[in-house]
Design a protein around this ligand. Structure first.
Ligand code: MN
Length: 694
């Protein structure tokens, strides 16, 4: 186990401005947080994050990455909270650790994850900061190195498949070849031990049979280049077992037929020399058609540049030759970190200079350039997607949605019943309105209630076809029954308004307007037949409508389809209210103090609330808040509302000045008393200057 000082020493060797204190703190923090936890191998758990941090430092990644390596498992595996991490290490580290945690939580075997068209694309999009991905890859590297300690074979296989299908291509994608080669080889060994052995045996055999082959070929080539007076370094590299096996699969050949197991490299000084070398090789050896590739003119997506050709070599053997400059070689060999260090040479400069101007930028550029060509990593065209975002369920399931999708779309994407019974949504732990637009990587928790029904207004902010059609379908289905119920209440109301007992026999008189009684109720409820008309037909005196023995019970209705809590005054339970019928839309409920009431031309219907306070139907009230324009002002008020049982369905900023925000907040409350409590709670917030109900 290396000490914190040793770790710091490695970092300091390439970044003199590294924050020593913070690395030391992270070292101790991680050790203490993981406490007595053990790895499968029996060693203290802390060895793992420490090893990850060490590898990151050896790869010359920045201080934040190294610290993230130390802390990458504390959110997932210990009691450490987000807040604590942020307080001690700041928001950048929290962001990185949280990102790695999200990737870790992702269950690759879940059907939803597999459904994601392109998982790697998702990982890239999700990582946001490429360092998240780098730490995750190094984490995987160390887990692969210690995979033999996992006792369950099935689990080893699962991890290995994941490694081959996801992590190795990603590592290649961002130029971390060292990691790619190693994790691939370990995964291959665990998945196909026999094939792995057969190939490595064969490699040994070839080497022992003709152990001069490599040396001889190198000598022949060196001599040739000398004759042409071209300065070149030539070496031979054995291919990895896994890449040979892949080639066997792809070209459908047996191990015996594979003879370009050794790749020769010609390393020269200049770009011009690369093409000269190619010319020399092609003039002196017979080329294999279709095997020449110019990755200098068209580099691979990960910046790999080299000329590849296969020729019949000096010993009448097929040999593959790669030609490149020293700089290209360094990049191809060590990945992008080398590319950066080569470019910038000795890096001196302010704090963070290393991160901001160095390889991070390069990595990001590589990822973003991926649209250029598509010849890399066969199955993994890692395009950053513009039209798609990816969010999580709290369990780590992945939901992909079109960009611009709202929280309500997420709910419907999980399941229709979840959408239909959705009462609220938490994004990354915070209550937000259903209309909130989701961002890549959001963790979304949907709160449901068996009493909830879709509201017509959801249509206005739902974006996916699925959500829209579900909401419409639901509304259509319930519309009829709601209008019928409303119509029935209204006709009883007509009787009451003239002090007559409700009389079914009398209703039969008006039935001729409709196909049956339900149809009559429906048409009245929907306002297609006016109450005035009913009175006329029943010969009630239409002028004498002032006596109302009984008002309609509002509680019998749920706002949304046949009855509406009007937008102008947002009445809530406990307010004195009245209603007006609007043809085709149903009953609109206003508070009696509403300014719009005097303008209502339709008949005003008397309404009352049930006495039963326990009925828990959610109603939306509008509040106008004046709050200080401070950084966490929004958090304070949303917290005050949600911790008092209210939920915000919408927030609008009306005015904003240097000092103040004026907000209109729609809150869902149970009743007038509940709203009173909420207002009181808001008034106690330090940043709230005034609270007024609209
Ligand atoms: Mn880990």
């Amino acid at each position: 186990m290396i000490t914190s000082s040793e770790l710091i020493q490695i970092v300091k060797s390439y970044d003199q401005n590294a924050n020593e204190e913070l690395i030391r703190k992270a070292y101790i923090f991680s050790m203490e947080s993981h406490g007595s936890q053990k790895r499968e191998s029996g060693v203290p758990y802390f060895y793992h994050p420490l090893e990850v941090a060490k590898i990151l430092a050896e790869l010359r990644f920045d201080t934040a990455s190294v610290i993230t390596g130390l802390l990458h498992d504390v959110l997932e595996d210990t009691i450490v909270s987000h807040a604590e991490l942020e307080e001690i290490f700041g928001s950048e580290i929290l962001f990185l650790v949280d990102g790695v945690t999200k990737l870790t939580k992702l269950d690759y075997t879940s059907a939803r994850v597999r459904q994601a068209q392109n998982f790697s694309k998702f990982l890239l999009a999700l990582s946001q900061d490429i360092r998240v991905l780098v730490v995750k890859l190094v984490d995987r590297l160390h887990n692969m190195r210690t995979i033999s300690y996992i006792p369950v074979m099935e689990k080893r296989r699962k991890v290995s498949i994941e490694t081959l299908e996801i992590y190795a291509p990603l590592a290649e994608r961002i130029g971390l070849y060292m990691i790619k080669d190693e994790i691939e080889d370990i995964a291959f060994y665990n998945l196909h031990p026999n094939e792995h052995r057969a190939i490595t045996d064969k490699l040994d055999e070839i080497k022992s049979k003709d152990h001069d082959f490599v040396t001889n070929t190198i000598n022949t080539l060196s001599l040739l280049f000398n004759n042409y007076k071209l300065n070149a370094r030539i070496d031979g590299r054995e291919k990895k077992a896994y890449s040979i096996w892949k080639k066997m699969q792809k070209q459908n050949v047996s191990l015996e037929q594979i003879n370009d197991i050794i790749a020769f490299r010609v390393i020269v000084e200049t770009l011009e020399d690369c093409y000269k070398s190619l010319c020399i090789i092609h003039t002196n050896f017979r080329i294999m058609p279709g095997r020449f590739k110019d990755y200098i003119s068209i580099p691979k997506l990960n910046n790999y540049r080299s000329l590849h050709t296969t020729v019949i070599g000096p010993k009448n053997q097929k040999i593959e030759i790669q030609i490149r400059t020293r700089e290209m070689h360094k990049v191809a060999d060590e990945g992008i970190a080398a590319h950066w260090s080569y470019k910038s040479g000795e890096v001196v400069g302010g704090k963070n200079e290393v991160t901001k101007s160095g390889w991070v930028k390069d990595l990001v550029a590589i990822v973003h350039n991926s649209k250029r060509t598509n010849d890399l990593v066969d199955n993994y065209k890692l395009e950053m997607t513009e039209s798609e975002i990816f969010c999580f369920t709290p369990k780590g399931d992945l939901i992909s949605l079109p960009r611009g999708a709202a929280a309500i779309d997420f709910a419907y994407e999980i399941h229709t019943t979840i959408g239909n019974s959705c009462i609220g949504v938490k994004i990354n732990g915070k209550m937000v309105p259903l209309r909130t637009t989701l961002r890549n990587g959001d963790q979304v928790e949907v709160l449901t209630s068996q009493y909830q029904k879709p509201e017509a207004s959801w249509i206005t902010f739902a974006t996916t076809g699925k959500a829209k059609s579900c909401i419409k379908k639901f509304i259509k289905k319930y519309e009829k029954t709601e209008f019928i119920t409303l119509g029935m209440h209204l006709i009883k109301y007509v009787f009451a308004s003239v002090d007559e007992d409700f009389n079914e026999a009398l209703i039969n008189y008006v039935k001729f307007l409709c196909t049956d009684l339900n149809d009559l109720y429906y048409k009245i409820g929907k306002g297609i037949i006016s109450l005035e008309k009913i009175r006329q037909i029943l010969s009630f005196d239409s002028i004498n409508i002032t006596i109302v023995r009984d008002a309609i019970n509002v509680i019998d209705f749920k706002p949304g389809i046949a009855t509406h809590f009007s937008e102008c005054c947002h009445p809530i339970i406990g307010d004195t209210v009245l209603g007006s019928m609007v043809p085709n839309l149903g009953l609109f409920i206003h508070s009696t103090s509403c300014d719009n009431v005097k303008n209502i031309k339709n008949e005003i219907i008397k309404l009352k609330w049930n006495k039963d306070d326990d009925i828990d139907i959610a109603i939306i009230a509008k509040l106008k808040l004046l709050i200080l324009n401070e950084q966490d002002s929004f958090a304070i008020i949303t917290n005050a509302i949600s911790s008092n049982g209210g939920s915000i369905t919408n927030i609008k900023v009306e005015h904003r000045s240097v000092d103040f925000f004026e907000l209109i907040v729609d809150v869902r409350v149970r009743n007038k008393d509940h709203l009173g409590e909420l207002q009181a709670a808001l008034r106690t917030c330090s940043n709230v200057r005034s609270v007024r109900r609209l």
